[in-house]
Design a protein around this ligand. Structure first.
Ligand code: NI
Length: 190
């Protein structure tokens, strides 16, 4: 099932997401829906707060990814209760976008390598270093679980420049090929 995506300004995107418990009901179905929603919206990553659920889950699928990206590191993975343990490498800029912040792309600096601990759908614990594009997507999605978006990484000047467009997104004055939930309609906020 394709789920609607929460828009910038929605309170769930500003809240630290909650741990997934061992007996979380319908977890498999929910994660399948996240993958389906992400694919439908042509995203390479999606975090649970973006589908209006405050849970520490994000999914990544870089297999269909953006042109020009190195396909050799392409992967598809659900990250349950992830924890970033370490960073390495130089800070690099990359022009990021976000399904919750449609039509805005901005250069964001992040370390090129990240060590993350997470559980997969089988409940197996992993501790893995990622680098390059996967490390970029992982850090972007992890931010969503901490109540942050890429906008929080921008300079005050960029935030001022983008202010009106960000307000428009929050008000629903934006066109997307996928359904969105705007801050004024937060009935399902958990
Ligand atoms: Ni995002």
């Amino acid at each position: 099932m394709i789920l609607p995506i929460t828009a910038f300004g929605h309170p769930i995107l500003k809240k630290r997401a909650e741990d997934v418990s061992k007996d979380e009901p319908n977890l498999k179905e929910f994660v399948d829906n996240m993958f389906e929603t992400m694919l439908h919206a042509s995203g390479v990553g999606l975090a649970a707060p973006q589908v209006n659920k405050s849970l520490r889950i994000f999914v990544v699928d870089t297999q269909l990814s953006i042109e020009g990206e190195d396909k050799s590191t392409a992967f598809k993975q659900a990250f349950i209760n992830p924890e970033i343990l370490d960073y390495d490498g130089e800070e690099e800029f990359y022009n990021e976008g976000c399904l919750s912040v449609p039509d805005i792309h901005e250069d964001v600096a992040r370390p090129s390598k990240v060590l993350i601990r997470y559980f997969d759908m089988e409940g197996t614990k992993h501790e893995e270093w990622f680098d390059g594009f996967p490390a970029r997507v992982i850090q972007h999605e992890y931010d969503h679980l901490e109540g942050k978006t890429f906008v929080d990484h921008l300079t005050n000047l960029r935030k001022i420049v983008l202010k009106r467009r960000l307000n428009d997104i929050s008000k629903g004055a934006v066109r997307t090929d996928y359904k969105m939930i705007f801050p004024s309609q937060k009935k399902n906020f958990r």
